[in-house]
Design a protein around this ligand. Sequence first.
Ligand SMILES: [Zn+2]
Ligand SMILES: [Zn+2]
Length: 314
Amino acid sequence: MIRAAILHGPGDLRIEHVDEPEPGPDEVLVHVDAATTCGTDVKMWRRGHPILPPYPARFGHETAGTRADTGERVLVGDSLACGECRQCRAERPQICRSPRWILGGFAEAIAAPAGALHRVPDDLEPAGAAMAEPLAAALHAVERAPARAVAPDAGVLGGGPMGQMLAALLVAERRTVTLADPHAERRAQAEELGAMAAESLADHDVVFEAVGRPEAWRSAVEACAPGGCVVFVGGCAAGTDAQLPTRPLHYDELDLRGAFHHAPAEVDRALALLADGTVDWRALAAGPVGLDELPTALAAGTEGRARKWVVEPR
Ligand SMILES: [Zn+2]
Ligand SMILES: [Zn+2]
């Protein structure tokens, strides 16, 4: 038996003893060393989520652990692309039409497809390794934007964990970075990693939207310089429309680009950047906490400093 966090319905999270997961033919049992919390987990817990399997459901998708068969330290990737759809054939696995999602990091063990595992660099702790999942999404968003040579001045709208990770990557590329957030703690955090902070943005070559609300999508467009690019990183609630000003889209030739998820190679790059200290994962880490404290951690996650709770299930 193992202990695992199980969702039984919206808001109904229980820590239970369950059978150890039985790995399928292409799967490996991984003992979880650390799993980090994310805004998506909060959504899954409070109101459910389209990628959750039917209840009772396991969740947690930023997961680092140790392979039961080889003892190798691994990051458990949270998805496996089908490899066959049109988007996969165009080498865009992050928008695969039939991905297999791998959830269940908030547990002592998880069965995961061997193809979704990434080797963790020796000098990277499990909590840092788990953060390679969101950092890979931030890397992908930067990849979607014009390079520094044409877009040296970047704005980041939103100072949550994703905004902070974007700012860290852009600072590492030696772009001029301004992060905007209404919370003073989050602005201070951005300054600590070498960005400038502001309450709002204006006239940037590239603007990264990392809030996920329609008003913020509009603000991001309004904060973009003529000829610039807006990258939408924050997903809005299902069914949401955003009202965008048409004038700059046409007369200023703004490029609007979505950025979703990541490709496996971006996960490996993220692990390397965490291991060599380019991105300081400790600046975002809170805890560690055990499985029993997971509901409290999820409830506390959205106020004050941007942080990700490190859950150590064992
Ligand atoms: Zn996440
Ligand atoms: Zn596919």
